[in-house]
Design a protein around this ligand. Structure first.
Ligand code: ADP
Length: 160
């Protein structure tokens, strides 16, 4: 049984994240989406809001074998404590690669038993990142192909 984790901020969760979760959930026996509950970082949505909306997205999409958890420490420690050997990360444009590669080296240094697996984005989500969604909402731009209607409504309530 191979268990995997998909860690991130998910502030907010996007259709790009959902796509990755769907694809990763088919590759592993279970997938834990680990939502960063990091008080030092200035998140727009608090961790409980991100967990709740992510759960709703996954339920609506009918994706199985996925658990949503929040975690306020090192992701490798979450993995170690839960017998998880694989961490999944998404790759978008080349600029992601440098950052993601470094992060995987740091995690390898912290716990050499845990492997990082990169999944390339599906093409329609190539330029989609959470910060772009937040900016577009503030400028009244169309985000309908980037997030679910529920996420859009929640962000509008927060930002407008
Ligand atoms: P973002 O980079 O959008 O702010 P996170 O930091 O929460 O989101 O990212 C968590 C993980 O999700 C990272 O591995 C990131 O590469 C991946 N990811 C984010 N958006 C996409 C996307 N559009 N396609 C594929 N992977 C993505």
């Amino acid at each position: 049984m191979v268990k995997a984790a998909f860690p991130g901020s998910f502030d907010p969760p996007t259709l790009g994240h959902l796509n990755l979760i769907k694809r990763a959930s088919r590759l592993f026996d279970s997938l834990d989406v680990v939502i960063a509950d990091n008080t030092q970082k200035n998140h727009l949505l608090n961790a409980d809001e991100r967990v709740e909306i992510m759960e709703q997205m996954i339920r609506t999409a009918g994706i199985e074998h996925v658990n949503i958890v929040k975690w306020n420490s090192l992701v490798v420690d979450y993995a170690q404590a839960n017998d998880i050997k694989v961490m999944v990360r998404g790759l978008r444009p080349l600029a992601d690669f440098g950052y993601e590669f470094e992060l995987s080296m740091i995690n390898k240094h912290l716990n050499s038993n845990i492997e990082t697996v990169f999944l390339p984005t599906d093409p329609q989500y190539f330029v989609l990142r959470a910060s772009v969604v937040r900016e577009l909402i503030m400028l009244n731009g169309d985000v309908s192909n980037m997030v679910t209607p529920e996420v859009e409504a929640l962000l509008k309530k927060k930002l407008l």
